[in-house]
Design a binder for this molecule. Structure first.
Ligand code: PMP
Length: 400
């Protein structure tokens, strides 16, 4: 006789356990487009928590390109890349992306998560070492977990610690076959920038590969928004895997890597998430090509993003808010306790400003915050409205 068990009871129990601790996700529905002013659950709000930094998700050139591609090629690719899902549009996007990023070659994946989860375990295996930054994105963490390589975490942006870890790795017996250093470019909860130039130097001393996740650096950092490799004046002989996603500043969706021809051929023959998952739909690919066009020909989007970022961050710092280590359009306002972050977010929402709280387990228990993501199309008037609301609510909640 088998044990009497209820096959799905855990579903409710585990959800309720999260809900009891207020750790469950409460979804808010955005009823308009992802624009600086939109409608969330019937209420017009200023949207301050979107990755659509430059507003390209609703740029007329991208919309037009998507419509035209849907008419010409349809709305789905019909297959994985290796069967019949490589359309001329995918090839064009990869050529354009490589040229834009000044890399030898590029490859697109269905999502950024799928790059990290599908490529990392192919780059390193048993007998290899992954040296991973403490605050890396969850998709990198999952990618590392799927690999059989040894793993060491180095402390956040701590180059002495990284050097020490690499020195110790040299003494490992038998010697490691490969070493992979992997880091976010811009850290998504704090908005600070990885010291990629120093990482590259250490990697060169130890013969290690460098892999950067530039999800929040593209369209933001570097010449014209080319990303972190350009920001530090590096090249793809030094940063071997330059990974990113079109789901942030490019305004569409889809993961990608840029690097050498060798990397690209290796990746497409080996990543299971590339080989076994259908390719991006034609309207998305065409819109992404248009996004690169816009970045190349309309430099004011990136300029506006930085103008807004610098103005807003200084104003909230002057009010006494703690913006942590922010150096980019990701601007956290760190308040400490989860309940305070939630209150701040609720009160802002009441005043028509939508920004979600970020609490444990996404950040440490005493580091709860709201995370503002700046937008190129917010006006000075919009920003002043947010600053005024923050000042009043901040005093009321005794944050400042
Ligand atoms: N890396 C980082 C740093 C991210 O912020 C994200 C998106 N949340 C991803 C990877 C995953 O990208 P995608 O949304 O394309 O799956």
């Amino acid at each position: 006789m088998s044990v009497k068990r209820h096959p799905t009871k855990f579903l409710r129990e585990e959800y309720l356990a999260l809900a009891e601790q207020d750790l469950d996700w409460k979804l808010k529905t955005v009823e308009g487009p992802s624009k600086p002013i939109t409608v969330v659950e019937g209420k017009e709000v200023l949207l301050l928590c979107s990755n659509n930094y430059l507003g390209l998700a609703t740029h007329p050139k991208l919309i037009e390109a998507a419509i035209e591609a849907a008419k010409e090629y349809g709305v789905g690719s019909g297959a994985v890349r290796a069967i019949s899902g490589t359309m001329s549009l995918h090839m064009e996007l990869e050529r354009r992306l490589a040229r834009w990023k000044r890399a030898e070659a590029a490859l697109t994946y269905p999502t950024g998560f799928m790059v990290n989860s599908g490529l990392i375990p192919q780059l390193v295996d048993k007998g290899d070492l992954i040296v991973s930054e403490e605050l890396n994105h969850g998709s990198i963490i999952d990618g590392c977990r799927l690999s059989r390589a040894d793993r060491v975490i180095y402390r956040h942006t701590d180059m002495e610690h990284l050097a020490q870890v690499l020195d110790e790795a040299e003494r490992h017996k038998p010697p490691y076959r490969r070493i992979l250093i992997i880091t976010d470019g811009v850290f998504s909860m704090d908005g600070d920038i990885a010291p990629l130039d120093e990482i590259v130097k250490l990697a060169e001393e130890h013969g290690a590969m460098v892999y950067v996740d530039d999800a929040h650096g593209e369209g933001v950092l570097g010449e014209g928004g080319r990303g972190i490799v350009s920001h530090f004046h590096l090249n793809h002989d030094q940063v071997h895997v330059d990974m990113g996603t079109f789901s942030k500043a490019y305004g569409t969706v889809g993961g990608h890597i840029c690097g050498s021809e060798d990397l690209i051929r290796f990746a497409w023959n080996k990543s299971r998430t590339w080989l076994l998952s259908s390719s991006l739909p034609p309207p998305v690919v065409a819109a992404t090509i248009a996004a690169i066009d816009v970045l190349e020909t309309e430099p004011w989007h990136v300029r506006n993003l930085w103008k807004n970022t610098n103005y807003f961050r200084k104003a909230v710092q002057d009010l006494g808010f703690n913006t942590g280590r922010s150096q980019t359009p990701i601007i956290p306002i760190i308040v400490g306790e989860s309940s305070k972050a939630k209150k701040l977010s609720e009160k802002l929402y009441e005043r028509g400003i939508y920004v979600t709280p970020i609490v444990y387990p996404m950040v440490a228990r005493d580091q709860a915050r709201i995370r503002i993501q700046m937008h190129a199309q917010l006006t000075q008037e919009d920003l002043d409205r947010v600053i005024e609301a923050l000042e009043e609510i901040g005093r009321e909640l005794e944050i400042i």
